[in-house]
Design a binder for this molecule. Structure first.
Ligand SMILES: [Zn+2]
Length: 224
């Protein structure tokens, strides 16, 4: 069960001691207020009762969505206490790690849209690689350092936020047809369908690094 933890912290500004309220898990299906706070990042906002200054204080928690059957552990890999989900029937659930707020919010957006994050990570990596080639490795234009899934734009396209190191961020469209092809390739590949990182515990990290490994495996399978 979710419980609120109260910790005494020192205000980063006035150095006075004050309370910080944290959650060990957030059940989005039972608490829509907390769900919105996670999605807009305000869950980490803290205000000092002494000096009134606000600070962003991160802490680990398990995000649970019973409607779309997924859990995201926001914390150090492998550190999620199984007690947090032990009382639940988790047969159908997908378990993911998120190390940054961006990743956490993105995973929620992906699973709320009933999409496959593995296919989207591969699609994002393919787009970045294509831009890299087209710009001769960044010589003739910026190469994205980060791409985040935002939403379905229409029946044929997804919208991604794209971040560059030396250029303003922008929105980019990507084809849903490509996504469906990648999702099919994944389901046709037993090792990928099962999850490359099965051996590493319940929560999987599906990110760019995972996509690199996955592209290698899919490429080798296509050749053989
Ligand atoms: Zn203060």
């Amino acid at each position: 069960m979710a419980k609120q933890i109260i910790k005494e912290i020192e205000c980063p500004n006035c150095k006075e001691k004050a309370e910080l309220k944290m959650w060990d898990s957030i059940n989005a299906s039972l608490n829509s207020g907390l769900k919105e706070k996670v999605k807009n990042g305000t869950i980490f906002d803290w205000q000092c009762p002494h000096c009134g200054k606000t600070a962003r204080i991160m802490y680990p928690f398990l995000y649970i969505d019973m409607l779309h059957y997924f859990m995201v552990w926001f914390g150090a890999e492998g550190q999620c206490d199984p007690e947090l989900y032990q009382s639940m029937d988790v047969e159908e659930y997908q378990f993911r790690n998120a190390r940054t707020v961006n990743e956490l919010v993105e995973k929620i957006a992906i699973f709320e849209n009933d999409l496959d994050d593995r296919a989207l990570e591969i699609q994002k990596l393919s787009i970045v690689q294509a831009i890299y080639r087209r710009t001769e490795g960044g010589k003739t234009g910026p190469v994205p350092g980060l791409m985040l899934f935002r939403q379905k734009q229409d029946e044929e396209n997804f919208l991604f936020s794209v971040f560059f190191q030396n250029a303003p961020a922008q929105m980019m469209r990507a084809s849903m047809a490509t996504y469906h092809q990648i999702a099919k390739d994944i389901s046709d590949s037993p090792s990928l369908a099962k999850g490359i990182e099965d051996g590493k515990g319940k929560f999987q990290t599906i990110d760019f690094q995972w996509a690199k490994t996955a592209i290698g495996i899919l490429g080798a399978q296509k050749k053989s």
